[in-house]
Design a protein around this ligand. Sequence first.
Ligand SMILES: NC(=O)c1ccc[n+]([C@@H]2O[C@H](COP(=O)([O-])OP(=O)(O)OC[C@H]3O[C@@H](n4cnc5c(N)ncnc54)[C@H](OP(=O)(O)O)[C@@H]3O)[C@@H](O)[C@H]2O)c1
Length: 323
Amino acid sequence: MKAMTLQSFGGPASFALRDVPTPVPHAGQVLVRVHATSINPLDYQIRRGDYSDLVPLPAITGHDVSGVVEAVGPGVTAFSPGDAVWYTPQIFDGPGSYAEYHVAAESIVGKKPASLSHLEAASLTLVGGTAWEALVVRAALRVGESILVHGGAGGVGHVAIQLAKAMGARVFTTVRAANFEFARRMGADVAIDYENEDYVDAILRETGGRGVDVVFDTIGGDTLSRSPDALAQLGRVVSIVDIAQPQNLVQAWGKNASYHFVFTRQNRGKLDELSALVDRGQLRPHVGAVYSLADIALAHARLETPNNGVQGKIAIAVVPLAD
Ligand SMILES: NC(=O)c1ccc[n+]([C@@H]2O[C@H](COP(=O)([O-])OP(=O)(O)OC[C@H]3O[C@@H](n4cnc5c(N)ncnc54)[C@H](OP(=O)(O)O)[C@@H]3O)[C@@H](O)[C@H]2O)c1
């Protein structure tokens, strides 16, 4: 099979398209013909060597699969050849999805929502699973509460806005002014221009000085350290980004705040819950750009560029005419 392999840690030119053996499904595993995958910041963080201790080279990376089951290993009961499926490969545990075929444990694989194309489905598994873990499992967002979603035009952010709306929350989000219309279309009640307005001032103004119940930090640095300033009493902060600097939590103490740090975990249950929201029309990933498997280096370079004009996700058509 063809696979985009990472030959060394470094820039986008570190990738090479190679012929490699097609994997074989063992007990409890499915072999999937990958129709589409997508790009996540984790992919370029791995590529440039941020996790070099965890990724032996050469490596196949990639963290989203939408495709069709080609074969099943002994003992597989949930899937048969021909089933359309979606999942996030186990992170830091074996080859990823930048390839024509992928093998995964059936326990982390879900049935693809029929109403999503492969490109759309591959744009939801990692970011959707992360937003689910953050808002549903950890923040336990409740109907009528308020949430600030940072980075609302990005992969995780645009899904988190939709999820928070589906959970009955009032949603604030930080985006560039050029993405106001997109953020509102995703369901945001209030969009804050992070380049030209202080988001803490905006939150306090919009909430009459109270602050929001939940801050979802998808950016890191300033957005994490200033979260308590935007938070209501007994509020929750959920962060999915590395903590680059030691944090002073004095303000958080004053707010009786709870902090949650999320590193997304894989399981079928989350995918099935996301699928139910998709089927009800409450959640749909936005594919902002599509590249081919051969052009993954270009896709990486684009995702890494600030203000790259992409709304939502960059998807990769592995089958050339993937829908
Ligand atoms: N822990 C986990 O399990 C997990 C899972 C998924 C993702 N992540 C992490 O979460 C982060 C976001 O992932 P993603 O997939 O959403 O990335 P993404 O698709 O690149 O989106 C990031 C968004 O943030 C915007 N942005 C940049 N600076 C901002 C600021 N100061 N305020 C508000 N928005 C800002 C960017 O837009 P413009 O630059 O165009 O304005 C872009 O729309 C990454 O660091 C990723 O590694 C962690």
